[in-house]
Design a binder for this molecule. Structure first.
Ligand SMILES: Nc1ncnc2c1ncn2[C@@H]1O[C@H](COP(=O)(O)OP(=O)(O)OP(=O)(O)O)[C@@H](O)[C@H]1O
Ligand SMILES: CC(C)(CO)[C@@H](O)C(=O)NCCC(=O)O
Ligand SMILES: [K+]
Length: 251
């Protein structure tokens, strides 16, 4: 079994990968890269199995990488391997002005898309941040977009005094008649509209692709956004893990 670990901005997810089954990932909600309890809580949450390798994709930075190293050392596990932006191990070449700045979770999702047989794709990862990426044939990344995610939108709106406390409203109203519904619906419907529109704009840039890119949806909020999108969108809940697993199996 290999341990695949995805360190995101508000949740750490992990999965024990044996090249066949996709279990439900473990999830740890945390308070961000400076959360002092993160190392202890991760230690308590991770199962005491012996992995043959530990592969990590993370956007949290040096402290989290240190936490992973320490944890593996304490348990007598193999040292963690971290996904890096270098195209050699994963075959994705980004047109980003500084490819090393593109989030490694975005690289992992693109590797995952290719591993699943999608040569060209618009990939939308609905996490703390929502990222949209245009993957072209031969592993070419043509760029993308970053938006605040659903939780972030709602939390930041909640800081406005007139909105604070207006939580748990209905999210299916488009002329909402109270603050809670206006916030719940505005953020969810707004994000869905943004994904629809921007996904289309990215697709329109894929003129040189011999096959039309498929539209892929992943991330923690994918399940609540999926029903609001047209039927051409494909849900791939494990896209980042798929990419990480591919690298773990082919490095
Ligand atoms: N139990 C939960 N606790 C917190 N967030 C949850 C929970 N269930 C679903 N979510 C949603 O999942 C989203 C986070 O998704 P995900 O785990 O993919 O993000 P992340 O990897 O932490 O962030 P990023 O990809 O931007 O680094 C939040 O916006 C939240 O709305
Ligand atoms: C955008 C996030 C936060 C999404 O997890 C991550 O991919 C990241 O930190 N990226 C670095 C910036 C960029 O991709 O342009
Ligand atoms: K992520």
């Amino acid at each position: 079994m290999k341990l695949l670990l995805d360190g995101g901005n508000s949740r750490i997810k992990w999965l024990w990968w044996d090249t066949q089954t996709w279990e439900t990932p473990g999830i740890l909600v945390h308070g961000g890269r400076t959360d002092p309890d993160l190392p202890d809580r991760l230690h308590a949450a991770l199962e005491q199995r012996l992995p043959e390798a530990v592969w990590v994709v993370e956007v949290l930075g040096e402290d989290f990488r240190h936490t992973c190293h320490t944890l593996c050392q304490q348990r007598g596990w193999p040292a963690p391997r971290f996904l890096v932006p270098d195209p050699a191990p994963h075959g994705i070449c980004s047109d980003y002005l500084e490819p090393a700045r593109l989030g490694v979770d975005r690289y992992a999702a693109m590797v995952g898309a290719r591993a699943l047989g999608y040569d060209a794709a618009v990939i939308v990862d609905c996490g703390t941040a929502v990222t949209l990426d245009l993957l072209m044939p031969e592993g070419r990344h043509h760029g993308g977009l970053i938006l605040p995610g659903l939780g972030l939108m709602r939390r930041s709106l909640g800081q406005a005094p007139g909105v604070a406390g207006a939580i748990g409203g209905r999210d299916d109203q488009v002329a909402a008649l109270c603050t809670a519904d206006a916030v719940a619906s505005g953020t969810l419907q707004g994000l869905a509209a943004a994904i629809t529109h921007l996904g289309q704009r990215l697709l329109a840039q894929a003129t040189t692709s011999p096959v039309p890119p498929v539209k892929l949806l992943t991330g923690g909020d994918a399940t609540c956004l999926y029903p609001l999108l047209d039927h051409h969108w494909v849900m791939e809940p494990h896209l980042v893990f798929r990419g990480l697993a591919h690298m773990a199996d082919h490095h």
